[in-house]
Design a protein around this ligand. Sequence first.
Ligand code: THU
Length: 131
Amino acid sequence: MRTPAALLADAGTAAANSYSPYSGFAVGAAVLTAAGEVVTGCNVENAAYGESICAERNAVTTMVARGWREIEAVAIVGLRAAPCWPCGACRQVLREFGCRRVIVESADGQPLSLDFEALLPHSFGPDALGN
Ligand code: THU
């Protein structure tokens, strides 16, 4: 089982690979699956700005491609901002796969771990469609 600090370190390593020439805002995410696997992602921007993808969604789509569908926790690191909270779109995508905890770095570098429910209360999910 990965500690919050270790998962943040994984996210920081992923952030180093960020392709963010337009914003200069490098982000890394590390998803811990319910099976205990860690899958990372970074933000990847595009000259057509709207086609950029956030670090969290990059990590989640990679996780699904590798065969996992349940998220225990996600850690997020922004190299220029702490804490780096997940955007609304990423919260919804994390919700789809049952994310339970969100871990970010406090301004003084300590792991902050929150229940997912605190970030996206009263959310819409697969259960609403009977899935
Ligand atoms: N970004 C992420 O990767 N994750 C978030 O949750 C917030 C924003 C990225 C998108 C864009 O490449 C850059 O940060 C500035 O918005």
